[in-house]
Design a protein around this ligand. Structure first.
Ligand SMILES: C[S@@+](CC[C@H](N)C(=O)[O-])C[C@H]1O[C@@H](n2cnc3c(N)ncnc32)[C@H](O)[C@@H]1O
Length: 241
């Protein structure tokens, strides 16, 4: 699902992962702000056409085999490709997204994949996410890009949902000329993994802090991009320094 194999039909914003043509329509502040809100995503998911490929994200596939399956939370799960892959690896997975239409698609795909009994769904905005006593052995998020550097605060919030001894995996687009950036908010929505480190509570240790190169082909256009990748583990004792 993802960005990687994604087939993208929408035009606006880095969330669409469109290759840059150098002639992007630059949005007004109001238009740019709207692309980050649930209604914009609800509209994308309201149609019948599948948006993402259904394949799991490469950094998830790279990191998860080293972990012991348990409970997982995938935030910004979209159509559920990563949720389904995790369920097939033996995880019990909660797919979370702020778009109800995306969650409905994800639930349908999980049903079709025969893993619905290992999945549940949570409609929540990552920008105001509160774990509320829930905890997971793995909290993952891929290509959820809040505006204006908001991923630092999202990372802080998601870290609260990681169980003692559990892992947090945050993956997104590194700043790139190759990806369309129709506004300053979109440009600042991209991040490098190092920027997220201040969001980690003291009882986390960062295991991976990298920009990993990847070649992406979309609609006949091949481009070199980098996946900003943060993998961190929470201390097993769950004790804050
Ligand atoms: C670019 S898609 C990525 C979907 C999937 N993770 C993948 O990699 O294919 C971003 C997803 O995050 C969701 N999203 C964006 N901002 C969000 C937010 N603030 N809270 C929760 N979900 C959000 C969108 O609805 C969308 O499904």
């Amino acid at each position: 699902m993802l960005s990687t194999g994604a087939t993208v039909r929408t035009l606006v914003g880095m969330n669409s992962h469109e290759p840059s043509t150098g002639h992007e329509h630059h949005l007004t502040d109001e238009e740019a702000a709207a692309t980050f809100e649930p209604s914009s995503w609800e509209e994308r998911y309201a149609g019948t056409e599948t948006i993402w490929s259904g394949n799991p994200n490469p950094q998830l596939v790279a990191e998860v085999p080293g972990l012991t399956p348990g409970t997982a939370l995938d935030v910004g799960c979209g159509e559920g490709g990563d949720v389904i892959w995790l369920a097939r690896q033996g995880w019990r997975v909660t797919g979370a997204d702020f778009a109800a239409n995306g969650l409905a698609r994800a639930a349908r795909h999980a049903e079709e994949a025969g893993v619905a009994d290992r999945c549940d769904w949570w409609q929540v905005d990552a920008r105001t996410f509160a774990a509320g006593g829930r905890s997971y052995d793995l909290v993952a998020t891929h290509f959820l890009h809040p505006p204006d550097g908001g991923m630092v605060e999202v990372t802080r919030r998601l870290s609260e949902a990681v169980a003692p001894g559990g892992h947090l995996l945050v993956v997104g687009h590194a700043p790139s000329e190759a990806l369309a950036q129709p506004s300053e908010s979109h440009r600042r929505a991209m991040f490098v993994a190092e920027e997220l480190l201040p969001a980690l509570p003291d009882d986390f240790v960062a295991l991976v802090v990298e920009q990993r190169p990847r070649t992406m082909t979309r609609d006949g256009t091949t481009m070199d991009v980098h996946d900003s990748t943060l993998l961190a583990r929470r201390d097993a004792a769950g004790v804050r320094a």
